[in-house]
Design a protein around this ligand. Structure first.
Ligand SMILES: Cc1cc2nc3c(=O)[nH]c(=O)nc-3n(C[C@H](O)[C@H](O)[C@H](O)COP(=O)(O)OP(=O)(O)OC[C@H]3O[C@@H](n4cnc5c(N)ncnc54)[C@H](O)[C@@H]3O)c2cc1C
Length: 461
């Protein structure tokens, strides 16, 4: 029989570490699992490694990350790194640890698995040398590895100027930045600009990145459309249009970014209720302001339930932890309310600029309709935009029916890479709002695992 924990937290980012720390500090038996080998999540990735301070662009991020990580490690929560959860249900998860599967039982489960870059296909996106800005940034942060130059950054979203400024500060030259943000977005964002001033720090950071890019005289092309990566067996050239002119640039690396979206796979596999976020054009797990979801015993915290950034994620984690501590009698309901009050106030400030950021970087969904038929949308099963359109032409307009017909989402990534694009391509072809096509049904295992791992179940103790 496995040990019964009070709470199991999945994810050692700001949300998960905060939730685990707040519960363990109040005497609850808490386990936190994370697939990475050190705590920190995305933003504070590798914060406890030697020389980490030099790899963080912002000392503010490093200081916040190291303080939170130390608090978590001192809290008494058990920490299981290099442990990947592949099955979740109320009361129980199954996780891969080395070659074995570990069953962990807990009264409350907190899913805090963060966000992922929005995968957006374009012609040539499968060529070696084309990769996500976030992925390349992680390489740089973790190991100081920079992709081969000339490097071009393309797309839209807050990570794009941040990563560009980070590279430039580290002396990595950039050949160009191709900004695909539609000009109309800026006009749409104006009504949200005044309330955004409540989180002036965030806006100032964005401005500082832009100033770094301007100071280093990196050519920036605005209103970019028709991006194509070309090359025989590696990207060699990128073509695009900007302000009515066609351009071709020689590149060795094309870094592509289209914002981040919540990682909803785990929550979807547990059958939690989801809702469509119009501003960010993505699915989000439905939860109340403490992280309770549509299923008893499973909570969500941080960016996996809606992208709001690291500081908001930490606050949401803490609020979820306090709610659980009160429910499991480690804290009185009154004390939990008193402790939650200043956290909610801070959270309100952290969320103030979000509508503005969402409006500026609202994803341009027109590009899905413009994709050539031969562009691969599902990389695992090699399904093209044309095949998806042909299925729609036959009258299939539910993403799960398209999955059954053509297999997108059935490969090793389980639809993480193709799911959003599949829905947008099909919706454009059907002339329907994308949310009407539904959400891919997710089945365990959430990550590819060897058969041997399935057969070696170890009970937790
Ligand atoms: C690629 C990328 C790079 C980013 N870089 C920055 C940046 O440099 N600066 C910035 O301000 N913001 C950045 N962000 C946004 C930032 O990550 C978030 O705002 C913040 O980290 C969210 O915190 P979180 O705790 O919700 O999730 P995260 O910090 O993402 O933590 C989630 C954790 O869950 C773990 N996990 C996921 N799935 C499983 C599983 N199945 N089993 C076990 N563990 C699992 C992950 O390993 C991760 O450690 C980035 C986002 C992405 C997607």
């Amino acid at each position: 029989m496995s040990q019964q924990w009070d709470a199991l937290v999945i994810g050692a980012g700001p949300a998960g570490m905060s939730a685990a720390a707040v519960m363990a500090e109040r005497g609850l038996q808490v386990t936190l699992v994370d697939e990475q080998d050190t705590p920190g999540g995305q933003i504070y990735r590798g914060v406890t490694r030697p020389q980490a301070a030099h790899r963080f662009m912002e000392s503010k991020d490093y200081n916040a990350g190291i303080a939170l990580t130390r608090r978590f490690l001192a809290s008494g929560a058990r920490y299981l790194p290099s442990t990947t959860v592949w099955f979740v249900e109320p009361g129980r998860v199954l996780a891969r640890q080395g070659d074995a599967t570990r069953e962990i039982r807990a009264t409350r489960i907190v899913i805090a698995v963060g966000a992922m870059e929005r995968p957006v296909p374009f012609k040539g996106w499968t060529l070696p040398g084309v990769m996500g800005v976030g992925a390349a940034h992680i390489l740089q942060k973790m190991s100081g590895i920079t992709p081969a130059g000339p490097i071009v950054l393309a797309g839209s979203g807050p990570l794009l100027p941040m990563a560009a400024a980070h590279y430039l500060e580290q002396g990595v030259p950039l050949a160009a930045i191709l900004d695909t943000t539609p000009a109309a977005n800026l006009a749409r964002a104006v009504p949200f600009s005044l309330p955004a001033l409540a989180d002036a720090g965030l806006l100032w950071r964005g401005l500082a990145y832009m100033l770094t890019i301007a100071r280093k005289r990196v050519p920036v092309y605005y209103g970019v459309t028709g991006l194509v990566a070309e090359g025989a067996d590696h990207v060699e050239r990128v073509s695009f249009a900007s302000k009515g002119r066609q351009y071709h640039l020689d590149v060795k690396t094309l870094l592509w970014h289209n914002g981040v979206i919540p990682r909803t796979h785990m929550a979807a596999s547990a059958d939690l209720k989801h809702a469509w976020n119009h501003a960010q054009q993505c699915w989000e797990t439905c939860s109340d302001n403490a992280g309770h979801t549509s299923r008893n015993g499973i909570m969500v915290a941080g960016d996996c339930a809606g992208v709001h950034g690291a500081e908001a994620s930490a606050l949401q984690g803490e609020l979820a932890g306090l709610a659980i501590a009160a429910e499991l009698d480690a804290l009185s309901a009154r004390d939990a309310r008193i402790l939650a009050r200043p956290l909610r106030k801070k959270l309100w400030t952290r969320l103030a600029a979000r509508p503005f950021v969402d409006a500026v970087f609202r994803p341009c969904t027109r590009s899905y309709a413009a994709l050539d038929d031969d562009v691969v949308v599902c990389r695992c099963e090699n399904v093209t935009a044309g095949e998806i359109r042909a299925a729609v032409a036959e009258g299939i307009t539910d993403v799960n029916e398209i999955k059954l017909r053509l297999r997108p989402g059935m490969g090793p990534c389980q639809g993480r890479m193709c799911g959003p694009a599949l829905a947008f391509v099909a919706a454009a072809a059907a002339g329907l709002p994308v949310q009407k096509l539904g959400m891919l049904r997710i089945r365990p295992p959430l990550r590819p695992i060897p058969m041997a791992t399935l057969c070696t179940l170890t009970k937790d103790n």
